[in-house]
Design a binder for this molecule. Sequence first.
Ligand code: BTN
Length: 277
Amino acid sequence: MSRRTQKPFCDPENLQGQFLTPTLGRRLIVFNRITSTNGFLKRLARRGAATGTLVLADQQTAGRGRLGRQWQSPPAAGLWFSMLLRPRLATEFTGALSLIISAVIADGLSAICKCSFYVKWPNDVLYRNLKVCGILCEAQFSAGTKLTDAHSKLDYVVAGIGININQRPDDFKPEWRKRATSLSMITGEPMDRQNVLVNLVQRLDAALFGNLAESMPALLSRWRALCPQLGKQVALQQPHATIHGFFEDIGEGGELILRLRDGKRRAFLAGEVSVAK
Ligand code: BTN
């Protein structure tokens, strides 16, 4: 079958019919294969695509993770999708979006798999200490401005979500085998990717596409309740240093707040956290 006539890996109309959401997925674009759903949706966003546009792919050939990392996205194995948000939100809250999305997904996966999923700062969903889902939020601010400019305005956010669904241990690269898992490895049975997506889209729509500024504090509280590292001594790995401190809280913009050994409170925007041994 030529690529032109190849049938999509799922029936987009049937899938969209199951969403029952006012905003998320009202426009749905499905690919068998694409470089990156985030990359594609960013191009659509620049051309004015509507909030709630959803892009889903069976396989990504250049899936991207945080900090310029690759994201393995083989066919038939996971859910690789991106959603477009145009929230009315002060720019300083932008960094909190990946946290609240991870909390919504952790709750959704717990309900679907009937076991507990957790969050890890800033953008992971874990089962025990194994990564199941990663989130990559890419924000665009109004012409020529940056997050740190006083007059900047949030134009849009492309939130990309990757969830390991049906991989077996051997499907992960050796360096990931001890750090990642999939829903089918957790439940012991194959999982229907569309059912998982429909459930999560419902939850994400309800959480993210109403008055986000109003619902943000409650969503951040939910994140705190789902984060086992909060309230513990942690090590924060940064490119050139490891910082030790007590994980005291997260800020309104999603920043990690540590109480350092000298008693000072400091906020961090990036890094890899682990509980100190
Ligand atoms: C991370 O944990 O580093 C974030 C991973 C985000 C992966 C998703 S898969 C769908 C979307 N498209 C991408 O290229 N990346 C995100």
